[in-house]
Design a protein around this ligand. Structure first.
Ligand SMILES: [Zn+2]
Ligand SMILES: [Zn+2]
Length: 764
């Protein structure tokens, strides 16, 4: 039997594992790495061969991700032994690279054992764990091609590295206190770097944190800013220095028990907290949880993560000893405002000078910046909100030809995506392409990924929005084919690619903003979609947005628009007189009534904004999606019996319009009657689920489609997502939503890439 295995199978301990597995099953043959995947020839009894194959699927080491196994039968050669053959050098070596993975149990035990030579050593790792993507400079993935090249292994480490039976066989970042990286300390006022033992340094960090100070310390994929999450003054000071007004901070706690004492943790959430990716998991706080109000102001959810490296674990052990209580720390990206996360020691001291009271550095360079990932559990699944450390650069197997393309993504929460050999490789979260630093990060990541994965794109896919920097970058590239992809089709294609779907689907793409083919802003779309194209079957009936995209920070503007659409004018002496300053209200009303400086939008995100403002939850916001988040939280607080959906109308036209004026009228009446905000919010969500179910039923009847893909940022709202998934499944639909890549614009690049590959494969 001959096997070719594709996926993340190199540099992850796969060959020694195969070697041991084959021997266990009494097979003969060989395993080798090649630019086209791992090749195996194995001979033995049919029963052993099948057992060997099935173990490959179910028991592979933690970092291995098998995307495809090609199998061919060959004549047995009568081999008697199983061997690891030397790797085949390829002209253009291509290997998928594993993400950075949290410390494994065995390594953690080493660092906690006073008798072990790695006791308290912050950089302990093995073949199954530790840094990868953040330290790899180039392939083949070998120590000289990582930022560990500058550390020569001591004899003890080398013995482990060379022994196929050892957990550290070919662990490229293998290190110990004798030969590996070290921590150092730096006070902003004192130019001297202080070096001493890791424990002494982290004890100092603990003292500063306990005194209410802010520490910048070098984590796995970049610097993190930490302070005591229970001291309000420290948290408020961090907000002030970081220029971050209300966006929630994530916290890190030392163990699961502490997480459970602060928040409700369901089974799937527990699994996510403990998973090797170690993401930030959004959890509901327990009433009266001992955390400063400033951690996530006005928001019942808090992002929580557990230690992901031995260094984090050691700090929490030391804090536990020092403080005598289970510590909870803010652990947020080391950056100013929305800039990329800082990775370099000197860069940290420069950029974070006004923020940190103390710097804890180390001397292992971070080559690639990778922020912490954020997930939430919804509809029984882990759903990526921000995909970075632990996940990037995990590939998605497209299998749509072997074209090499670059997809540039959108504007907000940008990622890019490259394809090679049938795989799409989405980058880590890069950020909003609105400042010079993030743009530089985009270009840096593109350059590095192109080199790392040996990709020479022949086509560049981009959004249709002419104002997006990602579009402008794409159009500036020469000698490549440019492919504009409609924003909402890209969302649906991303969902299809993630689930390996083909053919045509019902695509429900609901988000804040996306450029439509008619030059207006879309965002409440029902598409009959396939990779090669789409028809806009239905949409939310457009309303006018006064002041265009600038209206996004001021939900009251779109609330006025819905009121004027519904009633012709805003009723006098209504509670809606206090939405903004009277003169600003007058100006916006005049713009809307005369239709000047306005743009029509079918955006579902703006509908959330409008309702949040109409019911008095929030008239202006400090980050996009804040109003929708508050509306979801308000709905979750409704404990009464569920209400039926509000009325809405469906207008027969092409595309079909979902007319929300009856809904708005009913909400206005509810507000006047003094119905509580949670009740109105819950009923509003129920209405949206009913709208989606009604249109999907119509599409099934008209187009004989019964697979639904839900994508776009609105489906990060767990209440909306769960309502739709349940209602559509009950109705016999097969429902797909995004899990491994974000439903928001962070997932757009994958969709663009899949579409480009399909078009190139079709020769169009
Ligand atoms: Zn390990
Ligand atoms: Zn060593």
């Amino acid at each position: 039997m001959q096997l070719r295995i594709r996926g993340v199978v190199q540099g992850v301990g796969f060959r020694p594992w195969i070697y041991n597995l084959a021997r266990r099953h009494g097979l003969a043959g060989f395993v080798l790495n090649s630019p086209r995947g791992v090749f195996i020839e194995a001979e033995g009894s049919p029963k052993s061969l099948e057992a060997f194959l099935s173990a490959m699927r179910t028991e592979a080491p933690p970092l291995v991700r098998i995307a495809a196994i090609d199998r061919a039968e060959i004549t047995p050669l009568g081999e008697i032994d199983f061997v690891i053959r030397h790797s085949e050098a390829g002209e253009s070596a291509f290997a998928l690279i594993p993400p950075d993975i949290c410390v494994c149990e065995a390594c953690l035990a080493d660092t906690r054992d006073p008798g072990n030579r790695r006791f308290d050593y912050p950089f302990t790792n093995c073949t199954n764990c530790g840094p990868r993507y953040s330290i790899i400079l180039d392939v083949p993935y070998d120590r000289p091609m990582t930022t560990m090249a500058e550390f020569a292994m001591c004899d003890a480490c080398r013995v482990e590295y060379e022994n196929p039976e050892d957990r550290r066989f070919h662990a490229q970042p293998n290190a110990c206190p004798v030969c590996g990286p070290r921590l150092s300390l730096r006070l902003p006022a004192d130019p001297a770097q202080q070096t001493s033992s890791a424990r002494a340094i982290l004890e100092r960090v603990g003292e500063v944190l306990r005194g209410g100070g802010i520490v910048a310390w070098k984590g796995l994929g970049g610097y993190q800013l930490a302070c005591d999450a229970r001291q309000s003054a420290a948290v408020d000071e961090l907000r002030r220095r970081k220029r971050r007004s209300e966006k929630p901070f994530a916290i890190m706690v030392g163990d699961l028990a502490t997480a459970e004492s602060l928040c409700f943790v369901a089974d799937e959430e527990r699994k996510a907290l403990l998973s090797p990716e170690r993401p930030i998991v959004l959890l509901h706080r327990r009433p009266g949880a001992d955390l400063a109000e400033g951690v996530s102001p006005g928001n019942p959810a808090t992002g929580v993560m557990l230690p992901c490296t031995p260094m984090h674990d050691l700090l929490f052990r030391i804090l536990g000893e020092q403080w005598g209580a289970a510590p909870a720390l803010i652990m947020t990206s080391g950056n100013v405002s929305e800039e990329p996360i800082v990775i370099d020691n000197a860069e940290a001291e420069e950029h974070l000078a006004g923020i940190a009271d103390l710097f804890a550095h180390h001397d292992r360079r971070i080559h690639t910046r990778v922020d912490d990932s954020v997930v939430r559990v919804a509809a029984g699944s882990v759903m990526l909100m921000r995909r970075a450390r632990g996940y990037a650069p995990q590939p998605v197997f497209l299998g749509r030809g072997e074209a090499e393309v670059l997809a540039c993504g959108a504007q907000q929460k940008n990622t890019l995506c490259l394809t090679r050999a049938g795989f799409a490789i989405p980058s880590q979260h890069l950020g909003d392409l609105e400042n010079f630093e993030t743009l530089r990060f985009f270009e840096e990541t593109l350059e590095r990924m192109r080199r790392l994965f040996h990709v020479t794109p022949t086509a560049v896919a981009h959004d249709l929005h002419p104002g997006y920097l990602s579009t402008q970058l794409a159009l500036k590239m020469e000698g490549v084919r440019h492919m504009g992809v409609q924003h909402h089709l890209a969302h649906i294609a991303s969902c299809m690619a993630e689930h390996g779907l083909d053919g045509r689907v019902i695509g429900v793409a609901w988000d804040g903003t996306g450029f439509g083919t008619d030059g207006t802003i879309w965002g409440g779309e029902f598409l009959s979609a396939e990779y090669a194209g789409f028809e806009r079957y239905a949409r939310l009936r457009p309303v006018l947005l006064a002041g265009g995209d600038s209206g996004v920070r001021e939900p009251w503007r779109v609330a006025r628009s819905y009121l004027i659409e519904t009633f012709g004018s805003v009723p006098n002496a209504s509670p809606w007189d206090q939405m903004a300053a009277p003169d600003r209200i007058r100006i916006v009303d005049a713009m809307l009534q005369r239709r000047v400086s306005t743009i029509p939008t079918s955006s579902a995100g703006r509908l959330f904004d409008a309702v949040a403002s109409l019911i008095g939850l929030r008239h202006s916001v400090s980050f996009e999606g804040q109003a929708a988040m508050m509306l979801e939280a308000a709905a979750d607080a409704w404990a009464g019996p569920p209400d039926p959906p509000y009325d809405f109308a469906i207008t027969v036209a092409t595309p079909i319009d979902v007319d929300l004026r009856p809904t708005i009228r009913a909400i206005v009446e509810d507000v006047r009657r003094g119905e509580p905000q949670p009740r109105i919010s819950a009923r509003f969500h129920t209405t949206l689920v009913a709208i989606i179910a009604a249109i999907c039923r119509r599409m099934r009847a008209d187009l004989t489609l019964d697979r639904v893909c839900l994508s776009g940022g609105c489906f990060q709202n767990a209440r909306l997502l769960e309502g739709c998934v349940q209602s559509l499944r009950d109705d016999g639909f097969t429902v797909y939503f995004q899990q491994a890549v974000p439903a928001n614009d962070g997932g757009i690049a994958l969709g663009q890439a899949a579409i480009a590959c399909e078009i190139l494969r079709g020769g169009a």
